[in-house]
Design a protein around this ligand. Structure first.
Ligand code: C2G
Length: 474
């Protein structure tokens, strides 16, 4: 009896898959099909699967061609499967020619002709086509453009920057028009060139950009987020907005109400929430692995040299609380809940005119524990995250907000565990994929709940109003 094995994702099973499975079956008497797990696909950069593992397995089973279905979970499993399952022939489509020749050591390797003109990516793109307009001025916009190319069915239709600045060309790398209105940053232009997006898509008005888009990604200055989101929602467009999504609790509640009433997706853009290691460590902490969570301590700093310069225009520079506070608050609210009893904000301001804090610490008291965040653009510290529990703690080394690694540590160090997860695109591509899938399914699949967003916005509001705040000086 000739035993054959083949592997694949088999997302939205199509004629190409069917032909492949028929040809594979014809190579022998018994066909084993390895269907890739969602995690394995994530780790190899396949982020666009429409169907879950169970749905994909069902699709393969319904062909009636597989004698046995297994799940492929890790790199290198193929060797193990071939040896343990007494495989005579390993086969894949011709798009993989050469890639698996090393398996010849264990069995015969056959590459079967691929069916031309059909692919899962093509089917997914046909199903969904979301035109996204970008409002903003700085590099998050350009990272977004590059990452969006990896998400099926997304088209970036253009950019608009409505950020007027008081003095003109103080910030290098930015292009302003004659009235000193910021038109775009060179960064965006170079990224546009690199990504083959025609530069003609710099829109003159937000209304025009809205008219050309199904959804808007907002990465303008934080004080504009509310108005940009409001305009977009009122124009019937879905919104993905860099955090903080608004400056006050009331503003966010209004936006959320409008989005819910019209049936639009309103999502908070914090890329860290979408990085696999972060997502898994939160789930691990919630599962009781370190006992009851007593304390969460997060630190995010990045020195921004120019904020100390004399007479510098900081109107286009995010302060520490908006740039980092939103990320640092995320694990606190996700693990301790959003109903804190008390908080105290300690801020060291570099420039009050521009609301520019060099360093800010926020301490929280909850029913079940305490938490603390420290952020700074004008001071440098160790940017790690520590989640303290009654049985052990989770340690995420700096920079924790874009990590692929964390440790669970115990009193008995023999029991310590290390976890690694592939980090691709700092989480941005997964965030875009969630946004697009939310639009497609009419269901908010955000990794950040509205309560968490409201709590983050609330802290920013109190910071701006200097509520619960102690200012400290050098
Ligand atoms: N295929 C094909 N013709 C198409 C599309 C796909 O013959 N038009 C084949 C592929 O070559 C592969 C199988 O169908 O052998 C499954 O394709 P995918 O679902 O895209 O999975 P893939 O990423 O190719 O998985 O370990 C995973 C495997 O290495 C490959």
């Amino acid at each position: 009896m000739t035993r054959v094995i083949t592997y694949g994702t088999f997302d939205v099973l199509h004629i190409g898959h069917l032909n492949l499975l028929k040809r594979a079956k014809a190579l022998g008497d018994y066909l084993i099909v390895g269907v890739t797990s969602d995690d394995f696909d994530l780790s190899r950069g396949k982020i666009n699967n429409t169907q879950s593992l169970m749905e994909r397995i069902k699709g393969v089973r319904e062909t009636g061609l597989a004698d046995e279905i297994i799940v492929e979970e890790y790199e290198g499993q193929k060797i193990d499967d071939i040896k343990r399952r007494n495989i005579d022939i390993f086969t894949l489509g011709s798009d993989w020619v050469g890639k698996y020749d090393y398996l010849n050591e264990y069995c015969k390797v056959v590459y079967l002709p691929r069916t031309e003109g059909i692919s899962s990516s093509q089917i997914r793109s046909e199903h969904k086509h979301v035109r996204i307009g970008v409002v903003g001025h700085d590099s998050p916009g350009s990272k977004f453009v590059n990452e969006s190319k990896l998400v099926n069915g997304v088209e970036i239709v253009g950019f608009y920057s409505n950020t007027g600045i008081k003095t003109g060309f103080t910030d290098t790398g930015r292009i302003h028009d004659s009235s000193y209105k910021l038109v775009a940053s060179e960064n965006i232009y170079s990224q546009i060139a690199a990504s083959n997006v025609p530069s003609s898509i710099i829109f003159d008005s937000y209304t025009d950009l809205l008219a050309a888009s199904d959804a808007i990604y907002i990465t303008s200055m934080p004080e504009n987020h509310y108005q940009n989101s409001l305009d977009a929602l009122k124009a019937g467009k879905h919104v993905l907005c860099e955090s903080p999504g608004a400056y006050t609790r009331d503003q966010y509640a209004e936006l959320k109400q409008i989005a819910d009433d019209i049936g639009l997706i309103l999502m908070e853009g914090i890329k860290t929430a979408y990085s696999t290691a972060y997502e898994r460590l939160i789930l691990l902490a919630q599962s009781g692995k370190i006992g009851d969570i007593i304390s969460v301590d997060s630190v995010c700093t990045s020195l921004s040299g120019n904020i100390y310069s004399e007479n510098v225009d900081l109107s286009m520079t995010w302060n520490s609380m908006c740039a980092w506070g939103v990320t640092a608050l995320l694990p606190i609210f996700q693990l301790m809940g959003t109903d804190y009893i008390d908080k105290k904000i300690y801020s060291y301001f570099m420039n009050k005119e521009f609301n520019m804090d060099a360093y800010t610490k926020v301490d929280f008291t909850f029913d079940k524990g305490i938490a603390s965040m420290r952020v700074g653009k004008g001071a440098k510290s160790e940017g790690n995250l520590v989640i303290t529990g009654t049985k052990g703690y989770i340690y995420v080394p700096a920079p924790w907000w874009k990590t692929d690694y964390f440790e669970v540590r115990y009193e008995d160090i023999e029991k310590n565990e290390r976890f690694f997860y592939q980090l691709s695109g700092e989480g941005i591509r997964y965030m875009i994929a969630s946004f697009v899938k939310s639009i497609e399914l009419h269901k908010n699949l955000s990794y950040i709940t509205p309560e968490e967003t409201a709590a983050i916005v609330g802290v920013i509001e109190d910071f701006n109003d200097r509520r619960d705040m102690i200012e400290f000086r050098k």
